[in-house]
Design a protein around this ligand. Structure first.
Ligand code: NZQ
Ligand code: ZN
Length: 384
């Protein structure tokens, strides 16, 4: 096991009717800016619950943060934070609103030059406006981590940053708010959570049996609850379990002492940046390709996953690993998510664009740092 430091300061307030806890979680004398997305919270009662909990407080609003939050929009919110002397941000939404709010929080206290450098050049952040979260979409884990992903229209880029300054002070997770989610977003949440776990699990074996079992416990739970989550019944426990799986998948615990892959996410971000597909859709396309391409490096892990999660029993490790990849793809398709580039109208020309972007960057991806532009091209050709 590798050395590690683990410190996660996010207070989780979980369960039915917990949005009212905002009354004590948000500092009483704060000037609050509540951030949200395209308006789902105004239709499903979440906005009203937040307003009721914060009645009598100074609360301004910034709506319209898009899925895959846009730099251009977030910079408008930064102006508002500065102009209105906001000292607490409350993100009410899914990963996009939370990520966008983390970026707003960081930029509002960033005085070193071009804020885009935080994403493009990994410029250090030394402070951020404190933020809290009301989560409405279980998927990204952003509610309990210090990461954020921001897109920029002008350059068709989608880049991430991370800083301990943008950990939420608290996150309220009420599974009932997920009842209004369309099936596509629920399926996205299952896939994103699944891929977060497997990006951490399907790598080197560093003799970490606890983390390995924690990882596969999340994946096995997802496979078990997926039909209940997607059924028309409002199954509270299924939604609660999905929500907790999603948070656990990317709050740093699974990666303690281990080495992550993250190639699927990095390639997927480019597909979203160029073609606008949902984050989870991009992952469902790329993950089987990365695994197939890296089968000889990942065979042991994939075979174990196949045995434990899918009950596969092929004696030959490579054969079992291949069957596990096939099971995974069938699982994604069963959720209604296309796993091929062509399902989203992306063709050979689209693949070329992604290859050229990675060639320009010159970075190598994967836990072995063995995936450059040519290998990424081969992976994407497997997914046409
Ligand atoms: O904008 P509104 O109107 O709220 O509608 C949203 C949006 O259209 C809707 N929605 C959210 N909660 C709802 C709801 N509709 C009905 N009822 C509810 N309760 O769902 C749509 C998608 O929302 P979005 O926030 O974009 O989805 P998600 O949570 O999947 O976030 C995706 C973003 O997070 C990033 C992704 O790259 C992408 O930009 N990620 C962030 C990570 C992190 N911070 O750690 C890690 C992930 O790997 C990921 O990269
Ligand atoms: Zn993800």
């Amino acid at each position: 096991m590798n050395n590690f430091v683990y410190h996660n300061p996010v207070k989780i307030i979980f369960g039915k009717g917990t949005i009212k806890e905002l009354a004590t979680a948000v500092p009483a004398d704060a000037r609050v800016l509540m951030t949200y997305g395209g308006g789902s919270i105004k239709k499903n009662g979440v906005y009203d619950q937040v307003a009721a909990a914060l009645r009598g407080r100074t609360v301004l609003e910034f709506g319209g943060i898009e899925p895959n939050p846009r730099y251009e929009t977030l910079m408008k919110a930064v102006e508002m934070v500065k102009g209105e002397k906001i000292d607490f941000l409350l993100a009410v939404g899914g990963g996009s609103v939370i990520d966008g709010t983390k970026f707003i929080a960081a930029v509002a206290r960033y005085a070193k030059g071009d804020p885009w450098d935080i994403l493009a050049k990994n410029a250090a952040i030394e402070d951020a406006v404190p933020l809290g979260v009301v989560l409405t979409l279980p998927a990204t884990g952003s509610e309990m981590n210090c990461l954020a992903v921001v897109s920029r229209d002008a350059s068709q880029e989608k880049l991430h940053f991370g800083s301990p300054f943008v950990y939420p002070k608290f996150s309220i997770l009420d599974p009932e708010v997920t009842y209004s989610l369309p099936k596509r977003q629920l399926a996205n949440g299952i896939v994103d959570t699944f891929v977060h776990v497997m990006e951490q699990y399907a790598t080197h074996d560093l003799n970490t049996p606890l983390q390995d079992r924690q990882a596969l416990a999340i994946v096995a739970t997802l496979v078990e609850i997926a039909p209940k989550v997607l059924s028309d019944r409002m199954d509270y426990d299924a939604r609660a379990n999905l929500m907790w799986c999603a948070t656990q998948a990317l709050n740093g615990l699974l990666s303690c002492g281990t080495e992550g892959d993250w190639a699927t996410h990095m390639i997927g971000h480019e597909l979203t940046a160029f073609f606008g597909i949902d984050h989870a859709q991009s992952l469902a396309i790329v993950l089987p390709g990365v695994w197939e391409h890296q089968i000889f490096n990942k065979a042991e892990r994939l075979a174990s996953y196949g045995r434990i999660v899918w009950g596969l029993d092929q004696a030959n490790t490579i054969e079992r690993a291949r069957a596990a990849i096939e099971k995974t793809e069938i699982f994604f398709i069963s959720l209604g998510i296309g796993t091929r580039l062509i399902d989203y109208g992306i063709n050979e020309d689209g693949v070329k664009k992604v290859i050229e972007r990675f060639r320009g960057r010159g970075t190598m991806l994967g836990e072995l740092k063995n995936l450059g532009a040519d290998e990424i091209g081969r992976i994407l050709h497997l997914r046409l």
